[in-house]
Ligand binder design. Sequence first.
Ligand code: COD
Ligand code: ZN
Ligand code: ZN
Length: 364
Amino acid sequence: MKAAVLYEYNQPLVIEEIELEDPKAGEVHVNIAAAGVCRSDYHFMKGEARIALPTVLGHEGSAIVKRVGEGVTSVKPGDHVILSFVPGCGRCHFCLIGRSNLCDAHAATGPYMYDGTTRLYKGEQRISHMGKVACFAEEAVVPEAGCVPVSSDFPMDVAALIGCSATTGIGAAILTAAVEAGSTVAVVGCGGVGLNVLQGARLANAGRIIAVDINEGKLEFAMKFGATHAVNASDEDAVARVMEITGGLGADYTFEVFGSARTVETAYAMARKGGTVTVVGIAPMGEEASINAVSLTRNEKVLKGSYYGSARPPVEFPRLVEMYRSGKIDLDGLITRRYRLEQINEAYDDLDRGDVGRGVITFQ
Ligand code: COD
Ligand code: ZN
Ligand code: ZN
């Protein structure tokens, strides 16, 4: 099957034929339908985050089940599924307390299957699977828990977005931060995930929703996803402007949705006393954000991380499907460009250049 393989950091993905082994017990072989172009993959391509190389990236995907391994009961061939990049093991402490996005067994095995091996090979060479998804490929083998069924009439490109950006962004607003109605929200970084934080804030009936980005086009786009104010951090002091908009108080909830120490500091500085700062991005390895320890206590700020929107995919994916169907969230408008797998490097050039919205690779 054809896949996009990352052999070395800072080199283009290589589109080539590789081998996919049969699913083992508890695993599912799928045909990928759509895969989203998310910055998290880009962090690996640039070497800002590390992964076992070579690897097949892609963690935002939808697929159709081709065949199932021994003991799989929740899906069958022909079923449409949304892929989860943290397929909870169901047994570790974090799965048991309902926080499967923090699953220990998944973290311990990383980009390999739960038995520590891979199903992807180029000749003798082992290739790892990002998030146990690896959807920058025509096919994949994934754990059963990584397949969340979705109705066959549901659009597969939109389904892919539910696999990451919608869940990560809307979950950060609704589940991690639990934004209150009428409150003021500031979102630093308005790309594919940040736009979903904005629409999550809108869903929570936030009052003022301030979009902060360095790209004017992104800010214009953000106004369609719930932003009431736009702040261009490249030509004004974004913290000062948010203070001005909030009458000197700062925002009740701020979100960092780019992935750098500097933007974490910005999101922290924009929060009011007692405000909640939610960090969605992961800064490049080795970067450290500096937080004033006095202000943390004196101002009672709350600093939180949010991974996968604090979601449990089998619970939250169906909820997002229903919110999309009833028109409460806009996912069609997020998709601004479609690509073939062969164009994936171009898709990441577009992301890097700052094109608005989400790119999606389609396979069918
Ligand atoms: N101030 C404000 N905005 C900025 C700045 C800045 N200094 N620098 C860049 N931006 C803007 C860009 O213009 C862009 O609009 C936006 O930040 C980033 O958007 P995208 O579309 O490039 O990125 P996303 O939305 O696909 O990904 C954002 C993440 C924060 C998810 C990603 O970068 C990340 O850190 N991922 C790691 C966390 C993770 O793995 N999460 C789970 C899977 S997503
Ligand atoms: Zn993602
Ligand atoms: Zn677990």
